[in-house]
Design a protein around this ligand. Structure first.
Ligand SMILES: [Zn+2]
Length: 263
């Protein structure tokens, strides 16, 4: 299975590059230039483009990369993706050309209406054998995406779908938002010791100039308030901040998202 490398783009995006032998596939190339520079420097051939959703900072590099090599483009069937050759929806599977990794597609609407995520299980000998998930702007390290095109109920269900993946899953999100997300998480759950430890760990990574992504799903389940809306402490904090009684975890999730929007 491929090595997975972050190619930084813009101010805080990660374009994930999967590398196997002399082949490379990219997830959400918002900008072609840093990808092209990496491919040239490492003498790699681009074999596929994989998109999670239609936002410009995720698909903006598709056409320039396609001008270099006419490779297959995988993306959500329900969204306008430049150069798309295979539209996907939940339940589909793909095998990444030139890389060989099989990915299952999950529908995760909320950030955008057709947002999809990809889940794969690399062979046991590679990358420690941990499953991988490319989640775009749905689940962030310590947070979640804004609801531009979906309802809180949709996003809550999408996050629940990701939360059901194995705890060892490495979660590859598309932005380095972790420290800001964890500051918010601490405001929600000041008594969560795992969260306090994570904040120190991730701060140390940033101090060394390292990415905090990928995280593991187990870490997210223990520290990410948006996966913890049903936990009594988180539910109570959401209710206190909203200033009214909340009836369900979805309502608590909506209150948390609203709180974070103005944090
Ligand atoms: Zn987005």
């Amino acid at each position: 299975m491929a090595t997975i490398i972050p190619v930084p783009a813009f101010s805080d995006n990660y374009i994930w590059l999967l590398r196997e032998g002399s082949n490379a596939a990219v997830v959400d190339p918002g900008d072609a230039a840093p990808v092209a520079a990496y491919l040239d420097r490492e003498r790699l051939a681009l074999t596929a483009i994989i998109n999670t959703h239609h936002h410009g900072d995720h698909v903006g590099g598709n056409e320039d990369l396609l001008a270099r090599a006419a490779v297959p483009v995988f993306g959500p069937a329900r969204e306008r993706i430049p150069g798309i050759t295979r539209g996907l929806a939940g339940g589909d599977t793909i095998v990444i050309p030139g890389i060989g990794l099989e990915l299952a597609v999950l529908d995760v609407p909320g950030h955008t209406a057709g947002h999809i995520a990809y889940f794969g299980r690399p062979g046991p000998a590679d990358e420690g054998g941990a499953p991988v998930a490319f989640v775009g702007d749905t689940l962030f390290a310590g947070g979640c995406g804004r609801l531009f095109e979906g309802t809180p109920a949709q996003m809550f269900e999408s996050l629940s779908r990701l939360a059901a993946l194995p705890g060892a899953t490495r979660v590859y999100c598309a932005h380095e938002y972790t420290l800001a997300n964890l500051r918010f998480a601490r405001a929600v759950e000041p008594g969560n010791a795992a969260l306090a430890r994570r904040q120190e760990r991730e701060q140390a990574k940033r101090d060394r100039g390292e990415p905090t992504v990928p995280s593991t799903l187990a870490d997210e389940l223990a520290t990410n308030p948006f996966l913890r809306a049903a936990v009594p402490e988180v539910f109570a904090a959401a209710q206190a901040h909203a200033g009214r009684a909340l009836a369900t975890p979805v309502e608590a999730f909506a209150a948390l998202r609203e709180w974070k929007n103005h944090f």
